[in-house]
Design a protein around this ligand. Structure first.
Ligand SMILES: [Zn+2]
Length: 79
């Protein structure tokens, strides 16, 4: 059986969140890693998603500077 490139990349994308959350079972993780080994495109997406998570975690754990809070409040459209 031959998988179309796009099909397995779609599947791989579905695995991305649970993979990063470590929620995949062993078989799925092995499949995902096998695909990532051979697919630079998905590897890049995983890496991007991972760094995004690290960035978000860092930003959320830091207190926002008051100037930035003010700027964001000014941008908010009144309801
Ligand atoms: Zn892929």
């Amino acid at each position: 059986m031959t998988l179309v490139y796009d099909d397995i990349c779609d599947q791989c994308e579905e695995w991305m969140q649970p993979y990063l959350d470590r929620e995949l079972d062993d078989a799925e993780r092995a499949e995902a890693e096998k695909h990532l080994d051979g697919c630079g495109y998905c590897r890049k997406r995983y890496r991007f998603e991972e760094s995004l998570r690290i960035f978000v975690r860092r930003v959320c754990s830091e207190e926002m500077p008051p100037e930035l809070k003010q700027k964001l409040a000014a941008l908010r459209t009144p309801l």
